[in-house]
Design a protein around this ligand. Structure first.
Ligand code: AMP
Length: 417
């Protein structure tokens, strides 16, 4: 029986992988240019890391966590997102190492047992950034600016930035209570999930996609009307700095994130071209999480980009110059093959991708293969060329024109192109 990929999981294959490399490289450049360093954490962690941070009453933990017990009976889970692991690692290695602020970025697969659909998978990649040690809303704004800059460099112009403030430990309980009361008064119109959320996690009801719930919560109280003065000042500071940095935004009072640890700033970049799963990136501030996970009280803010969604949006802009130029060596006979090996290796060392067929095929069959490999040039060498110290260089992408080039000058010929 043929074994295939699991539902909701997928292979990232050539030629699409080249777009991934370009997107990853662009994100690294933007983040490293702002003093972020990569931090790689394991895919498997203690389950408690996620239940305690993301929250027991969230969908991610309640319904979507891939969890299991290992051979020693330890309760483990595949990470559903990156922030919790980065915080765990920060507490283990950096929290007491001195330094005012710390900046990390990560890239890797995340796992959520969701109902798969376009743009929503069970294994998907996130690239994210986190800043530890700053409460200042200018830090939130600069982080948002970096995400905006990433999209700009990838020529993605159709994302809208939505921002909100979720309040803090001081003002959120009051908002939660007011919202619970509002939802209770409409309990009959809410779906079963939202009915349960009234007590456990009322904010999530604002994010329910079921039309009857959207209608029933249309006049719901807003967190923005319940902010304490510190949260109010913080939210205003964020907006002022975004304006200064020329990052357009829209205040979206119903924006709540699927993870419980956020407070104050919450934001999403949404894209109109993506259909139902339209969030390309999301993030926010989580000032209590480091402490909640056993570290010293340290404010923090971060975001994560959904890589599959981003790649699908920018693949049309993948620049031709990012592609490595390719040369195929079509050598007729073993003597020609042996003679051309040093030339092939030299060009490879000069940065070209080079390949030779050893299958002793006909020229026609080798040219067909070169076409399939989408090479830029084919170097054709037979007995006659060897005798004359020449190669025929065939241009494969546009004209199909052919030139005779002296073997001694072959590398020089390609360098001059
Ligand atoms: P979150 O960690 O839920 O804040 O998600 C951050 C970003 O990851 C979202 O904006 C999406 O772009 C992406 N994302 C989240 N869940 C999935 C999924 N199941 N499949 C693909 N992308 C996802």
């Amino acid at each position: 029986m043929k074994i295939t990929t699991l539902k909701g999981m997928h292979d990232i294959k050539p030629p699409e992988i080249a777009v991934w490399h370009w997107v990853e490289k662009t994100i690294r450049e933007v983040l490293e240019g702002a003093f972020f360093s990569e931090l790689r954490t394991p895919v498997v962690e203690e389950e408690a890391l996620f239940t305690r941070s993301i929250g027991n009453a969230t969908e991610i933990v309640e319904k979507e966590l891939y969890h299991f017990t290992d051979r020693k009976g330890r309760k483990l889970a595949l990470r559903p997102e990156g922030t919790a692991s980065i915080v765990r690692s920060f507490n283990e290695h950096f929290a007491t190492a001195g330094g005012k602020t710390h900046r990390f970025y990560y890239l890797g697969p995340m796992f959520r047992y969701e109902r798969p659909q376009q743009g929503r998978y069970r294994q998907f990649y996130q690239m994210g950034a986190e800043v530890f040690g700053s409460k200042d809303p200018r830090t939130d704004a600069e982080l948002i600016f970096l995400a905006h800059e990433i999209f700009k460099r990838l020529k993605l112009t159709t994302t809208e930035l939505q921002i909100n403030s979720l309040g803090c430990k001081t003002c959120r309980p009051n908002f939660r209570e007011t919202l619970s009361q509002f939802l209770s008064s409409r309990i009959q119109s809410l779906c079963a999930d939202c009915q349960r959320r009234i007590q456990k996690n009322p904010l999530r009801a604002l994010d329910c996609k079921i039309p009857t719930c959207i209608e029933a919560t249309a006049g719901a109280p807003s967190s923005l009307d319940h902010l304490c003065s510190d949260c109010q000042t913080h939210f205003e500071g964020l907006q002022q700095r975004l304006t200064l940095l020329k990052v357009p935004y829209r205040i979206h009072a119903r924006l709540v994130r699927g993870l419980d640890y956020y407070e104050r700033t919450a934001f999403e970049f949404v894209n109109t071209q993506l259909g139902a799963q339209n969030a390309v990136a999301g993030g926010g501030r989580y000032d209590d999480l480091v402490h909640d996970l056993g570290g010293p009280s340290t404010p923090a803010v971060g975001f994560a980009i959904g890589m599959e969604r981003l790649v699908s949006l920018v693949s049309g802009y993948y620049p031709v110059e990012e592609r490595r130029k390719k040369i195929f060596f079509a050598c007729l006979g073993s003597e020609a093959q042996t003679r051309m090996i040093p030339h092939m290796m030299e060009l490879r060392n000069l940065g070209w991708a080079t390949l030779m067929s050893y299958e002793n095929e006909s020229l026609k069959s080798m040219l067909r293969q070169a076409d399939r490999l989408e090479v830029d040039y084919t170097v054709i060498v037979g007995e006659e060329e060897i005798r004359q110290g020449l190669a025929q260089v065939k241009e494969m992408k546009t004209t199909g024109g052919q030139s005779s080039v002296g073997l001694a000058d072959l590398a020089g010929y390609f360098l001059r192109l």
